[in-house]
Design a protein around this ligand. Sequence first.
Ligand code: MSP
Length: 518
Amino acid sequence: MNKRFYITTAIDYVNGQPHLGHAYEKVIADVIARARRSLGQDVFFLTGLDEHGQKVQQAAQAEGKDPQAYCDQLAQDWKAFAGALGLTNDDFVRTTDARHKEIVQASLAKVNADGHVYKATYTGFYSVKEETFLTEKDRRPDGTFDPSFGQVIELNEENYFFKLKDQQQWLIDYIEKNPDFIQPSYRRNEVLGFLKNNTLEDLCISRPKARLSWGIPIPFDSNYVTFVWFDALVNYISIPAAHGDKSVTSAVHSELRTPNSELPLWPADIHVIGKDIVKFHAVYWPIMLKALGLPLPKQLLVHGWWQKDGAKISKSTGNVVDPVAIINEWGVDAFRFYVLRELDIGPDGNWTDAGFNSRYSAELANGLGNLVNRSLSMLKRYRNGVVPAPSNELAADAEKVVAETKALLEQNELQKALQSIWSLVTRANQYIDKTAPFKLAKDPAQAQRLDEILYNLVETCRILAVLVWPFLPGTAGKINAQLGLPGEPDKLSAAVWGSLKAGHQIGDPAALFPRKDV
Ligand code: MSP
């Protein structure tokens, strides 16, 4: 069986409700997954939840709940959220799944048996919030630790360490030889700078049960649980193992229950992650994989962070964007469109309600919505909804945009792809204004010219449905249905000019993006 295109997102801490940042990342991954399927590839898209560790234990405690019960309850909300975003994930991992825990333990046993792990006493400072040990380098000039570390405590405890020393050079070489491994390139340069200017400290991968009980037990010492990141990163291979990926099961020497499929998935083609967790993915994860004898993922695609109205998104200050409220009010396609059209994958972005409203009305309602509605309504009114003979006036414009979009989707250039698609929307709306079919309709001598214009418009709408499908699947489906076409416009190969046949009867036009009076 051929390896599928395997794309993942970061798995979210389940210590509250999902927000804009979580939603944005999942939408990026979904659009890439859908785009690859539209291009004809077999895809496996994985997302899910990071349920262990201190943050989740504390959140459960704060509500007086048992952590597992707390996670089970919230996981329902998060799964519903994935549905509300229109995600087409093929699986949903929870790190409390038995299938995941099994592979984490098998991975730990393997790296331990191969001499990558040792036990030592750590004395020093520890950030509870970041679940990380701090060094002198983390101190500010006045000797204090940055408030972002939250409560800092002094610790003296024995733990297991995963060796990172001596792993630096091959990783630097690898990143230098594989420019696509970390994208965008400025993130790659940051990682290279970090690796070249610092000596890696070995990574503490255990927490004593006495201090933190909410984790996966270390298989070779029952007094400890696994550090949450060693647990979480493994989700990218535990789910392939659960689907019968033999490269993973044999690497970790796992004697898994017989899975009901045999999907080769690893290595991942893309891990979509935020800028704050690059070090875990670009430094620790590759070293873990090498120790396990597994190949590295092909790409880390790193997105920036959203702010709202120029300030940090924060529950405590109330500066939040609730994606569910936006989706309920404006529709999921409007949400997906805004976040991807507004922000390229890489830099930080700023959500403003005014910006959202203005893209909704200019690009969705007046742009795409108006084009489809005017085109289909005129065909209905002037030709009883029957498609006239093919004409090629807009063919070259459409073909150029299809080729451009295809190339951009192959490079995960989602914002640029939307810009290209919207150049066709604008072109077609201008074509209506210039050719004025509503005037020609009054003159029977212009019947042939009117036929030509109507064909060009309706065929452009059909092609646009195919192009927007990865981004706006619901809207694309509606356009297709209004065109009286069966199924979903989910294959880019259908975006060939002239496929709409003369005599085809379209369905009933209806507004795609109802106007809002705000
Ligand atoms: N559980 C870890 C990831 C483990 S992956 C093996 C984690 N979880 S998180 O819930 O804190 O963040 C999940 C993702 O959401 C991260 O990629 C993070 O960058 C992203 N975002 C969180 N807030 C964000 C914004 N304000 N804007 C954009 N993305 C942000 O880290």
